[in-house]
Ligand binder design. Structure first.
Ligand code: ASP
Length: 306
């Protein structure tokens, strides 16, 4: 079973993004169908989503100094192993760099040029340089520019990606990959590479991947909070709703979305943002992709059902 998302926010999903999400779910589901591990399914799914259509990998946002610095993490529930990179540059698939940290080092999180160096050492594919025209970065909008920039963002904005999976052996895994948020100070790091905040997986309970404003998600360690509730028997929808309500109530600007999958195969996609572009593929049938999940998996599609 696999769930994936292309971010929570207010940006409409384009048909190309929807197709990409379907392709990502298909690739992840194939890994599981042929007996592969949840960890491999999560990595394969996120690699597709890092293709440039979302705010991850090739499509990642640029920080205010014009540099693209990306965050990613991957974690698995059998051994509680985890790997993450923060502020990695010029690497096409940050999720694979996160996995290298997990599998080739004794560490959990590497940052900046050190993360890039590890990825280069293992010959991970590089990204082309950010075009000179973009390298100046984007200044925050002021006064009269606000409306124009807001409109531009609505039309162009891409969102973070993530996935969770459950394999035949009952192992869960979670991952996330992002270019961060708009108008970031150089060096800003969000929740996505922080284990327990952006992602968490534990075979005793389930797996979670978060999206939304990282500064809020970090402050309540959202992914771990949801998994803890699963462990004490709360159903996935209630757990996600409880945590996202807390986020909204306690922290101004706490808009977010969560993919939740329990080790015994129950799932929920929940967001308190206007939309969340996400989908799942259960044991049979077809991949399901929606732009909006008003309650559990009976998503309303706004014409974006696959
Ligand atoms: N959580 C990501 C961050 O704050 C952004 C997102 O999910 O849209 O970096």
């Amino acid at each position: 079973m696999i769930l994936a998302h292309g971010g929570a926010g207010s940006t409409p999903m384009t048909p190309v993004q929807r197709d990409c999400l379907v392709e990502a779910l298909t690739i992840g589901f194939d890994v599981l169908r042929y007996g592969g591990r949840a960890l491999d399914a999560v990595e394969a799914t996120i690699r597709v989503l890092e293709s440039g259509l979302f705010n991850a990998g090739l499509g990642a946002r640029i920080q205010l100094d014009g540099v693209r610095r990306m965050d990613a993490s991957i974690t698995e529930g059998r051994t509680l192993r985890a790997g993450a990179v923060a502020g990695i540059e010029r690497i096409r698939h940050p999720i694979s760099a996160a996995r290298l940290v997990m599998e080739k080092t004794e560490h959990v999180l590497l940052f900046g040029k050190h993360a890039t160096r590890l990825a280069e050492h293992y010959k991970l594919e590089r990204q082309p340089r950010v075009p000179t025209s973009l390298r100046k970065g984007m200044a925050p909008p002021k006064g009269s520019q606000k409306r124009t920039v807001g409109l531009y963002e609505e039309m162009e904005e891409r969102e973070t990606v993530g996935a969770v999976a459950l394999d035949r052996d009952g192992n869960v895994a979670a991952g996330a990959s992002t270019g961060g948020i708009s108008y970031m100070l150089p060096g800003r790091i969000g929740d996505s590479p922080l284990i327990g905040c952006g992602v968490y997986a534990d075979n005793d309970a389930g797996a979670v991947s978060m999206t939304g404003q990282g500064e809020s998600i970090i402050r309540i360690a959202a992914a771990k909070e949801i998994v803890d509730q699963l462990e004490s028997g709360t159903n996935p929808m209630t757990a996600a709703r409880h945590t996202l309500n807390k986020l909204k109530k306690r922290i101004a600007g706490g808009e977010a979305g969560a993919l939740v999958l329990t080790s015994n195969g129950r799932l929920a996609i929940y967001h308190n943002s206007p939309q969340m572009c996400a989908g799942y593929w259960k044991d049979s049938g077809k991949p399901v992709v929606y732009l909006y999940f008003p309650n559990r998996l009976t998503g309303r599609s706004l014409n974006d059902t696959y």
